[in-house]
Design a protein around this ligand. Structure first.
Ligand code: SF4
Length: 279
């Protein structure tokens, strides 16, 4: 079976930057642990690789001994948490993706202008929690056009932004609903270019292939979103390890498309590619 691998499969720029920052921090620590403020990445293989370097997940930074090293994740944090982390006696380093920082600033500026700030995103996702913190009291998370229709009138001008990993088509549908209610709304599509490229490549994969394989963890929201989009185009299999692939699922398939979520490491994608090619 021929395997067509998407160029955008795997780590996005921001995740790679955060992983590299954690590894560099660990090298400087020379054996002492480096803590991350929550899981650095939603992939157990990569978490294990980083753990071998001394990078561990911290559940409660206040409980760390003074002088401990702590890294803020690519998702970013609300301003209040950033200030609290800065007040602790820790060596703090910030690996917030600059593209997320940009969206945080847009949210904060819109709130300063007196706007109600709508954020299209997954309400429980760390990036969205951070964005909401920057939007302040007037911030609201919406998950699509229906939420926009159900919102009480905020009594203020409205702004709409997006979590970096949302689906561009969903953003456009949500933006249409916002403009229909508030024609003067400030609308800015902040879906990241890495997300657009990854989702955009699916169409080419579907055209060239009879099935699609998406590699990533069940806990990775962007992997699951990518898989849902792929399933609209072709029969889709989602796996988090090569051994989970069942050859019977590809009977009659001559070419398979291969892509992966933003938290999937390259070596895992390569293993899946090798096994698919052996079918
Ligand atoms: S998806 Fe985009 S904004 Fe989010 S971490 Fe990756 S590069 Fe940064």
């Amino acid at each position: 079976m021929r395997v067509v691998r998407a160029k955008s499969a795997g780590f996005c720029w921001g995740v790679r930057r955060a992983v590299d920052a954690a590894a560099a921090f660990a090298r400087e620590a020379a054996g002492a642990p480096v803590w991350t403020d929550g899981p650095l990445i939603h992939n157990s293989r990569e978490v294990a690789r980083l753990a071998a370097l001394g990078v561990r997940t911290c559940a409660d930074p206040a409980a760390l001994p003074a002088g401990s090293r702590l890294l803020v994740r690519a998702h970013g944090v609300p301003p209040a948490r950033r200030a609290w982390l800065g007040s602790l006696p820790l060596a703090l380093r910030d690996a917030t993706c600059p593209k997320v920082t940009f969206i945080q600033k847009l949210c904060a500026r819109a709130a300063e202008e007196g706007r109600a700030v709508l954020i299209l995103g997954d309400p429980d996702h760390a990036e969205v929690v951070g964005l909401l913190g920057h939007a302040g009291e007037r911030g609201r998370v919406v998950t699509g056009p229906a939420d926009v229709a159900a919102l009480p009138d905020p009594g203020a001008p409205v702004a709409l932004f997006s979590q970096s990993t949302q689906e561009p088509a969903l953003f456009e549908a949500t933006a249409e609903a916002v403009r229909a209610r508030w024609p003067d709304a400030l609308v800015r599509n902040t879906v990241c270019d890495a997300t657009r490229a990854r989702q955009g490549e699916l169409a080419a994969l579907a055209e060239a292939c009879g099935a699609i394989v998406v590699v990533g963890s069940p806990e990775s929201a962007n992997t699951q979103r990518l898989a849902a989009l792929a399933a609209r185009l072709r029969p889709t299999v989602v796996v988090d390890r090569a051994e989970a692939l069942d050859p019977a699922a590809f009977a009659g398939v001559r070419a398979v498309g291969l892509t992966a979520g933003a938290s999937t490491p390259d070596d895992l994608i390569a293993e899946v590619e090798t096994r698919l090619a052996s079918f």
